[in-house]
Design a binder for this molecule. Structure first.
Ligand code: 173
Length: 321
């Protein structure tokens, strides 16, 4: 053979080998594209795609326009998608224990060491066929937002939009609750279907809710969790290099979460005040009662839904006091 032909064939083989090796994973987010709770996930995807050329790529199909948020958990479990961005409250139908992440009072770095992460990771593997790769939202409290004022921690007569995050707490305070996906909150407020809603301190500007919000109740409670999950069958098929790539980008996302949200929390708190949202401050004994009730009702709910694992998760997640 002439040298040019040999080199030509070598090039063809090299490309074929690389093409056979590169894997493309399908990804969805339970939160709208380019909004607060998808941002860490989208950054993760950018990093993987940048560093993973010829090794692994992620095809981001999108947010709730591509798939209803409360169906993302099942889609990940069944392998309809390989990678998902969601929060525990959105897939309690698959795994009720996932909603316990909101109750962590220790940083992920500690939970990775104290057995709490491993305990949850086993539940993800067993119940959801999933790898819990990284939590990219932490240190980000939830709040109650209202359009009618309250003078004490009493929500009797108020109808509040919830997800499982807030259900037990707001019901314990006497509220009537109605569950909706984030995409329905604006319309529910506009039509007066609800008098308020639960949501973290950040992100109410993403979908314009500040236009329909009069009050925020302080203090906040719990901490929001949004995480990157990988289908376990997909994960088990990957090479070490492919898994390493995902792990590295995941570790970065988790390591950055608390600092990113400390900044975002401060920014959105200020922006809410500038938008005319008034704070109703439950201070002193009322504030303490409110927060204590949040954790008490929250853990009672987790333990009720998972008598087998709830109490154990509390040992790992709650601060001893
Ligand atoms: O209110 C919600 O939709 C919710 O449960 C949640 C959880 C984490 C981040 C943002 C919202």
């Amino acid at each position: 053979m002439r040298p040019t032909l040999i080199m030509g064939l070598a090039a063809v083989f090299a490309t074929t080998a690389a093409a056979a090796q590169e894997v493309t994973l399908r990804a969805v987010s339970a939160f709208a594209e380019k909004t607060t709770y998808s941002r860490g996930f989208e950054l993760f995807i950018e990093r993987v795609n940048r560093d993973g050329k010829g090794v692994l790529q992620i095809n981001y199909i999108g947010g709730p326009k591509a798939m209803p948020p409360f169906e993302v958990g099942n889609a990940l479990k069944s392998g309809v998608v390989d990678v998902a961005n969601s929060t525990g409250a959105f897939y309690t139908n698959v795994m009720p224990e996932a909603d316990a992440w909101k109750l962590t009072e220790r940083p992920m770095s500690e939970l990775r060491k104290n057995g709490g992460y491993n305990y949850m990771a086993q539940l993800y593997a067993d119940k959801m066929n999933a790898i819990f790769l990284a939590r990219h939202v932490d240190g980000n409290p939830f709040h109650l937002y209202l359009n009618k004022p309250i003078a004490s921690p009493d929500l009797t007569g108020l109808k509040i939009r919830i997800t499982p995050v807030y259900r037990d707490f707001f019901q314990a305070l006497g509220a009537t609750v109605v569950q909706t996906a984030p995409g329905e909150v604006y319309t529910a407020l506009e039509r007066g279907v609800v008098d308020g809603y639960g949501w973290p301190i950040t992100g109410i500007f993403d979908l314009g809710w500040h236009e329909k919000t009069k009050y925020r109740v302080d203090p906040g409670f719990y901490t929001a969790e949004v995480s990157i999950l990988v289908n376990k069958s997909t994960w088990d098929r990957l090479t070490d290099a492919q898994r390493g790539l995902l792990r590295k980008a995941g570790e970065q996302a988790e390591a950055d979460a608390v600092a990113i949200f400390a900044e975002e929390n401060a920014k959105d708190t200020k922006r809410q005040a500038e938008a005319g949202i008034q704070t109703i401050k439950l201070e002193g004994a009322a504030g303490k009662l409110y927060r204590d009730k949040a954790y008490e009702a929250g853990w009672a709910g987790i333990i009720r839904q998972s008598p087998q694992h709830g109490a154990k998760l509390k040992e790992f997640f709650a601060k001893a006091n």
